[in-house]
Design a protein around this ligand. Structure first.
Ligand code: HEM
Length: 311
């Protein structure tokens, strides 16, 4: 698995004290670039990430270029990221014309017929899509990685059980053999930990939808055409759906649960297309963390989130 090598490379550089959230962001960015464009980590990718972080900062400020310097910087950074990606896309198109193909998202976008007109996507459309994918997968996955480690650190029994699962996988391998898809599929308790992290911490607190017809719900009618915010967090933290809903309890996932009460990746045709990539990144990261490191939390700081909360 590509993810395995990249996570290993990153964790190999860890010595002494690390800032987990920062490391998780770096890993997530590298994994996403690898999936999208087959680009390996380098000075170029790290520089791109630094520019890109300014784009992300722009999401959390007043969206007005006159009032906010952060917003102005974000717009400039977005342009620079798009320019860098445009060069990659152009080069890859030329390679493709010479018969060189790769197995990644960009190759799939080149092959795609777009809207079915037979024309396919233009380079600008592809770049725009790539920037959106980088945004969608970056803070979500890296925050979930960080929170999973936090919950595990606070729940030693869960950490011990997770470690046992990964030690068993590790015992079947030598240090140089990477994780395979079958290994990923044999991590049932890890998936319980991931589900529970997503449920309790719920990075995306909800999704917007527009009603296509009048909707009757609990004695109220939401008229056709209304914009509705559906709070995933409200469902995930409802005591009626999950006993002791605010407690991190990965074992609850060992019994079948009503899947309609669990939608960390949204639902329907707009469901998050990166859900499996996020799960793989988390699983591979946790595997290497618990098999190769012993760690303790040396920070007493609270985690403060930049995200607005809807409930
Ligand atoms: C833990 C990590 C992640 C979480 C919790 C998450 C969650 C979500 C949620 C709730 C939505 C809205 C879905 C809906 O409207 O029904 C969404 C959409 C989306 N996500 Fe993720 N996501 C994660 C990781 C990723 C990754 C790694 C990628 C790709 C690299 C990605 C790409 C997208 C895209 C492109 C959309 C928009 C889909 C559309 O509107 O059709 N996400 N995600």
């Amino acid at each position: 698995m590509k993810e395995d090598r990249l996570v290993r490379l990153n964790l190999d550089t860890w010595t002494g004290r690390i800032l987990l959230m920062e490391e998780a962001k770096k890993i997530t960015f590298e994994l996403t670039l690898k999936q999208l464009l087959s680009i390996d980590p380098s000075e170029w990718t790290e520089n791109l990430r630094k520019i890109y972080m300014r784009v992300i900062e722009g999401f959390f400020c007043i969206p007005n270029p006159i009032l906010s310097i952060t917003y102005r910087r974000a717009i400039q950074a977005r342009k620079r990221v798009a320019e860098a990606l445009s060069l990659v896309v152009r080069e890859r198109r030329m390679e493709r014309e010479r018969g060189i193909t790769k197995n990644d998202m960009l190759a799939a976008l080149f092959e795609s017929d777009g809207d079915g007109s037979g024309i396919g996507f233009s380079d600008d459309e592809i770049v725009d899509f790539l920037v959106s994918l980088l945004v969608a997968g970056y803070d979500t996955t890296s925050t979930t990685i960080t929170l999973a480690v936090k919950f595990l650190t606070d729940t030693p029994l869960a950490l011990a059980q997770l470690k046992q699962e990964h030690d068993e996988i590790w015992a079947k391998k030598t240090a140089s053999v990477s994780l395979e898809w079958e290994d990923y599929k044999s991590m049932p308790f890890t998936q319980c930990v991931i589900n529970e992290t997503l449920r309790v911490s719920n990075i995306i607190s909800g999704v917007f939808r527009r009603t296509m017809t009048d909707v009757d719900i609990k004695g109220y009618t939401i008229p056709k055409g209304s914009k509705v915010f559906t709070s995933l967090r409200a469902v995930h933290l409802d005591q009626e759906n999950f006993k002791d809903a605010r407690v991190f309890n990965p074992w609850r996932w060992q019994k079948p649960l009503d899947s309609s009460n669990f939608m960390p990746f949204g639902g329907g045709p707009r469901r998050c297309p990166g859900h499996e990539l996020a799960r793989v990144a988390l699983s591979v990261f946790l595997h290497h963390l618990v098999t190769r490191f012993r760690y303790s939390n040396i920070s007493t700081l609270c985690i403060h989130f930049r995200y607005p909360s809807y409930i």
